[in-house]
Design a protein around this ligand. Structure first.
Ligand code: NAD
Length: 486
């Protein structure tokens, strides 16, 4: 396996279309080859956040007056840049976040297409609604909010940023993006390329840890926070934004259940699909399948097929074509998943470590974990009840459908979910009882998403929806009601 040289040695803050080095750097190491440095990022503090937000606010004062048609053209240009950059940048994204090359390519592809989607609906959404009565003319207008703070995680940084940047800019807002400190490099390179086509200050990037995020969410000139990340962080973001009565959208963690009904007749195919949805991004996807509920009558068969197929998975570096999935993103996440597996075993579950190591010699140089299939596990065991974010599949048996639904809903998270059945009506009836933002029937992989849809969670999986027209764009505008008396 040959890994290309670094594309960038160093990325910096980006304010008013200028790079800004703070003098405090963080080293980014390849999660699949820790001995390799992927690059360095300049880390900011609250004073840099203030500079970025001030620049974004200055830019907003004229950007909000631009014609929406102009903004549409620029966002389409951004989509084009993402497309043109994908082949060059995707391998370097793999080196900083640890995914597979195809997953990094998918991130660029979705970033491009979601931007185009929002560009296609912005103009008609912004049209004022006008009416007249005997006494007056009425105009219901949609106005830009101001500076938007976009705080994003590391797992799909391109699309998760464009899901916020495109609607924000199209609606006439400016933006300050804070990438994750474990995947800041390629997103920064891409955003600088995109920003070059926009007026200075419309797109700004600050780097840093929680203190930088906190400075951003509490800055008085930030009018909205668009956040994707973990639920515990989301609570802090919401609390901080509340002090300034800011609008928030929160796309948070998931612990997606898959419920298998007893009428399924193609178990091999179903398990194949469920494993794809479990092991994609090494399980580090908000809507990965994280627990499966299987009727007692099918339990042994399901488990045996899951073990047999999991054993075919090969774990290795994301740039190695032999790998099925890559390492975990960070030491913290690696230790967390290892501990969950250990505890489940300790508490009496049957845990099988399966699959193969692509590069046994380099194994300990990355945060690699083989696929784990777990059975006879207590439904309340931590590996079932929390978001693992790792290549782990706990399988829980149930006696009747009511019990399966109760166990699936007995969780504070409710992002996505799936029901698997050969009887559509029956599956639909079960789906309607699942507490989740989305329920797929007979599918649960990345290709289950469709534009427009209402992507987001219930309970502690979040507030608001991305990938929709009205429900998403409405979060990036204010309403202005104007009544002129005759
Ligand atoms: P995280 O919550 O640790 O970090 C997300 C971002 O928040 C990072 O940029 C981080 O630096 C920043 N941050 C940390 N503390 C902050 C604070 N106090 N104030 C403001 N910002 C702060 O999440 P992560 O580990 O990067 O990503 C994984 C999580 O994201 C998982 O829980 C996953 O389910 C979730 N996620 C959700 C979706 C979705 O659409 N619902 C999509 C992808 C990931």
């Amino acid at each position: 396996m040959s890994i290309a040289k670094n594309l960038v040695e160093q990325v910096n803050l980006f304010i008013n279309n200028q790079e800004f080095a703070t003098g405090k750097d963080l080293e980014i190491r390849d999660p699949g080859k820790r001995s390799d440095i992927a690059g360095r990022v300049s880390i900011g503090d609250a004073s840099h956040v203030d500079q970025a937000v001030t620049a974004a606010h200055q830019a907003f004062l004229s950007w909000r007056n631009t014609d929406v048609k102009e903004r549409v053209q620029l966002v389409l240009q951004a989509a084009h840049i993402i497309k043109e950059s994908a082949q060059e940048l995707a391998p370097f994204l793999v080196r900083e976040h640890g995914g597979m090359l195809w997953e990094a390519n998918l991130d660029f592809y979705l970033g491009e297409h979601h931007s185009e989607f929002y560009a296609g609906v912005a103009e008609s959404f912004l049209k004022p609604e006008q009416s007249e009565d005997e006494r007056s003319w009425i105009s219901s207008e949609k106005t830009a909010k101001g500076v938007i703070a976009a705080i994003v995680p590391w797992n799909m940084p391109i699309v998760l940023t464009m899901n916020k940047l495109a609607p924000a800019l199209l609606m006439g807002n400016t933006i300050v993006v804070k990438p994750s400190p474990t995947a800041p490099l390629i997103l920064s390179v891409l955003l600088q390329r995109i920003a070059a086509f926009f007026p200075a200050g419309v797109i700004n990037v600050v780097h840093g840890n929680a203190d930088v995020g906190e400075a951003l969410t509490s800055h008085p000139l930030v009018r909205k926070v668009a956040f994707t990340g973990g639920t515990e962080t989301g609570k802090k973001v919401m609390a901080s934004a509340a002090k300034g009565v800011k609008n928030v959208t929160l796309e948070l963690g998931g612990n997606d259940p898959a419920i298998i009904l007893d009428d399924v007749n193609n178990l091999d195919e179903i398990v194949t699909n469920i494993l794809k949805a479990t092991y994609m991004r090494s399980g580090q996807i908000c809507f990965a399948v994280k627990r499966v509920y299987v009727p007692e009558s099918l339990y042994d068969k399901f488990y045996n097929i899951a073990c047999e197929l999991s054993d075919e998975y090969k774990v290795g570096h994301g740039l190695n074509e032999q790998s099925s999935f890559g390492p975990l993103n960070s030491e913290k996440q690696y230790n967390f998943v290892k501990e969950l597996i250990h505890k489940a075993k300790h508490n009496g579950a049957t845990v099988r470590e399966l699959g193969q190591k692509v590069d046994p010699d380099g194994w300990n140089d990355g945060y690699y974990i083989l696929p784990h299939v777990i059975r006879d596990v207590n439904p309340g065991e931590h590996v079932v009840s929390c978001e693992q974010f790792g290549p782990v599949l706990p399988i829980v048996s149930y006696k009747n459908v009511d019990q399966a639904i109760e166990m699936a809903n007995n969780c504070e998270l409710g992002l996505c979910s799936s029901v698997w059945s050969s009887d559509h009506e029956r599956a639909l009836a079960v789906a309607r009882r699942v507490e989740a933002g989305t329920t797929f029937i007979n599918r649960h992989t990345a290709d289950s998403l469709k534009l427009p849809m209402l992507f987001g969670g219930v309970k502690q999986s979040g507030i608001g929806r991305e990938l929709a027209v009205h429900e998403t764009l409405n979060e990036y505008i204010d309403h202005h009601f104007i009544r002129t008396f005759k």
